[in-house]
Design a protein around this ligand. Structure first.
Ligand code: ZN
Length: 274
């Protein structure tokens, strides 16, 4: 059976608000969506929840909790309070999981080891809250080029190691092909994630050569060099039966007709993951 293909709203960030996006999902029978807190807050959490119900679209991933790191203890407390609030929003809209991005180094710091320790502490605090309210924390390793400002979790191995430190449920990983395709341990780490039933989502896009921007030059699936089918085979072989989630941050694709981009993304998914 074909996988379920869903879109992350960031793929249309410059073009559509929540309502347009949900209309596009419903028109194509797409029943789940990756959502950004910014889009939800523009209409309000209560209104967003009722729109999701009206359009019969379930919130899947919710972006995001974080940043979490600060050199000052009172700043850290504030950031953690904001992150807990985001977890509550994710619960309110019925999301399956919330993405956690702790942030990179402080502007005046070169101490990556300490940032990593602080990350684990902060995730521990959020995990307690997540367990209380019944939300899954999703650790998504990002490409190491983003280690300085987005997250010090840059490999699936590190994300798995952090998950292993916490007893109980409500913590897992998101595997985004853009961020992990280069990693020589990816197959064994995917298997390790699956052993503990930790794979919460599988994000797809492609790596273009040359890449012209660290954040906003992701490719449409099939236009780049990632062995998407190969990585998907590994994920699928673990028994993962969640959706394939398209997430393309791209000035190029934001400039195109969003309906065309949506249709093309679904078609590419059928060709590559079907
Ligand atoms: Zn992603």
């Amino acid at each position: 059976m074909d996988a379920e293909y869903i879109l992350n709203s960031a793929t249309f960030r410059e073009r559509w608000g929540l309502l347009d996006f949900l209309e596009a999902c419903r028109a194509r029978g797409v029943q789940k969506a990756g959502l950004w807190g910014d889009d939800i807050k523009k209409v309000g959490v209560a209104k967003a929840s009722s729109l999701l119900a009206d359009y019969e679209v379930e919130a899947f991933g919710y972006n995001r909790a974080g940043p979490l790191l600060a050199s000052d203890a009172s700043d850290r407390r504030k950031l953690l309070a904001m992150a807990k609030n985001e977890i509550d929003h994710a619960v309110s809209v019925g999301a399956d999981h919330i993405l956690v991005f702790p942030g990179g180094l402080e502007p005046d710091s070169k101490d990556l080891a300490s940032a990593r320790l602080q990350t684990v502490d902060a995730i521990g605090i959020l995990h307690e809250h997540a367990q209380k309210v019944g939300m899954n924390l999703a650790l998504e390793p990002l490409h190491p080029m983003l280690c300085g400002d987005r997250t010090c979790i840059t490999t699936l191995r590190h994300a798995n190691d952090i998950c292993a430190q916490f007893a109980g449920k409500n913590i897992g990983v998101v595997i985004d092909t853009y961020h992990v395709w280069w990693d020589e341990t990816i197959e064994s780490e995917i298997a390790r994630s699956a052993l503990e039933s930790r794979i919460l989502s599988f994000h797809v896009n492609d790596w273009l050569v040359p890449t012209t921007h660290l954040l906003t030059d992701r490719g449409m699936m099939g236009d780049g060099i990632i062995d998407l089918h190969g990585i998907w085979k590994c994920v699928k072989a673990t028994g993962y039966n969640g959706p394939v989630e398209v997430e393309i941050f791209s000035e190029r694709w934001w400039s195109e007709d969003p309906d065309m981009v949506f249709d093309m993304a679904l078609e590419r998914c059928r060709q590559i993951f079907g």
